[in-house]
Design a protein around this ligand. Structure first.
Ligand code: SAH
Ligand code: SF4
Ligand code: F3S
Length: 450
């Protein structure tokens, strides 16, 4: 009989971007040999990890309010004679604030930055032994990936995230990411391919390649993301490839050509612009103009005419006038987005924009956000409505809310709800779109037209 580590319960709460989702799964992998199994709630967990986001003030504040709740939960449990829950803070707040977190909330046992997750087992053991040495944050991504992936990675479903690049050298003046995730760094292509092959072997049909600046990916030999996509597209079973998030400055010809030529590369591009005003783009240090962005959109659409475009927008950046904001609305009208993420500018301590004059009043930001959202919502509805009557290849991902329903994804990343047998999960089948709403489509199997 093999000796088994006693089962301990692990709860991970993930905030922020998809790279944190990927990291949370890797943390669960690295803790499983220690006997930790995942649970759905913090109640009864032996170890709680908050994988945090620092991008906007609200994101950071959420973490502290959650920590307050966990502290109470722990005290109640101890009063009832239960075991002590270990509380760990990971992610970008951990990297940005370090030990400050423990000063603000002494209930925290351990703080671990994004490049140190492979040290988690050791850190937890140490915490248990001495409750000392509670901080680990460094910038050696190579060590992290060597230790965390791909060995031991278990696929979880038919789609998967795969981190290929981390960090950012762009230093947009509003943004904390260059400080929380360190400089741009790309994983070796061979390691990425090995992980993708292992996922495909376990039934994964679609991977989303992740990076803070995913299209800044470089394999060290001059090959960029376009080349990597071509390489991964050859893996048997891996039918769909996506990537996010891209920066307009790194959108090169080879990647655009891949959109025209690689069938597995899905017709969806998330290409944040932030603003349509050149004056504001300059103050943001984005390194491109509105015209350059529109030119890129034109090139991408020439390569793949049906591509769905998505973007990120910030309203109320310091100094943004009504005319600057109108320029953003105008850019949105010219592009026509399939989806978008919009944000009120949030002042982040330590970033250059935080100390700029001309901070925009909260009410003004809210008003601009509402106007921008009205326009983008209408575009999203129109994009979805245009699919009605079409037959789209849908990847069936999981059961829907009602028995007999499945949820799948269109090539354009729309959720599609279909009445279909469960055996179709993991398959791609043609679906006739019969109805469209803002967030999803409804369809029926159209197998005869396969
Ligand atoms: N690397 C990605 C973005 C990462 S952050 C890129 O450059 O596109 C995701 C989004 O959060 C950004 O695109 C931006 O729109 C928003 N964001 C970042 N910092 C912000 C801030 N201080 N206030 C409001 N929104 C912000
Ligand atoms: Fe932040 Fe700009 Fe880097 Fe994106 S490119 S992560 S917005 S600094
Ligand atoms: Fe947030 Fe860090 Fe991602 S700040 S958006 S979790 S890189």
């Amino acid at each position: 009989m093999s000796a088994q580590a006693p089962s301990k319960r692990l709860f991970i709460k993930t905030y922020g971007c998809q790279m944190n989702v990927y990291d949370s799964e890797r943390m669960a992998d690295v803790l499983s040999p220690l006997g930790y199994t995942m649970t759905e709630t913090p109640q009864g967990a032996d170890l709680v990890v908050l994988n945090t986001c620092h991008i906007r003030e609200k994101a950071t504040e959420k973490v502290y309010s959650e920590l307050g709740k966990l502290k109470e939960m722990r005290e109640e449990r101890l009063a009832e004679g239960g075991a002590r829950m270990t509380i760990a803070v990971a992610g970008c707040v951990a990297q940005a604030e370090g030990e400050e977190i423990m000063r603000r909330q002494p209930a925290v046992d351990l703080v671990v930055g994004p490049q140190a997750y492979h040290q988690l087992p050791e850190l937890i053991a140490r915490t248990h032994r001495s409750r000392g040495e509670r901080l680990s944050a460094n910038f050696e991504p190579q060590d992290k990936f060597d230790a965390l992936a791909p060995a031991g990675r278990k696929a979880n479903g038919v789609t998967a995230f795969l981190t290929i690049q981390e960090g950012c050298d762009k230093f947009c003046t509003f943004c904390v990411v260059p400080y929380t995730r360190g400089p741009e760094w790309s994983r070796p292509a061979a390691a990425i391919e090995a992980e993708a092959r292992s996922l495909a072997g376990q039934g994964v049909r679609e991977v989303t390649l992740l990076g803070q600046n995913v299209n800044a990916y470089g394999d060290g030999a001059g090959g960029g993301l376009g080349g990597l996509v071509r390489r991964l597209a050859k893996i048997p079973g891996l039918d769909r490839i996506r990537y996010t998030t891209s920066h307009p400055r790194d959108m090169d010809e080879a990647l655009i050509a891949a959109h025209a030529e690689v069938e597995a590369l899905m017709p969806y591009l998330h290409l944040p612009v932030q603003s349509g005003s050149d004056r504001i783009l300059k103050a943001m240090n984005r390194g491109h103009t509105a015209e350059r962005y529109l030119g890129l959109v034109e090139q991408v659409r020439a390569a793949r005419p049906d591509i769905a475009l998505s973007g990120d927008f910030i309203v109320g950046f310091p100094g943004e006038s009504e005319a600057d904001f109108e320029a953003t609305l105008q850019l949105v009208r010219e592009v026509g987005y399939a989806s978008a993420f919009t944000f009120k500018y949030s002042r982040r301590p330590g970033t250059p924009a935080a100390s700029l004059d001309g901070q925009v009043a909260e009410a003004e930001k809210a008003d601009r956000l509402a106007r921008l959202n009205t326009l983008l919502d209408a575009q999203q509805r129109a994009f979805n409505a245009a699919q009605a009557g079409r037959v789209l290849p849908v990847l069936f991902e999981r059961p829907g809310r009602n028995p007999g329903d499945l949820i799948g994804r269109s090539p354009y990343l729309q959720s599609v709800h279909i009445r279909a047998p469960e055996g179709l999960i993991g398959r791609i089948a043609p679906v006739r779109i019969v109805a469209a709403a803002k967030m999803s489509l409804a369809g029926e199997l159209a197998l005869e037209s396969a």
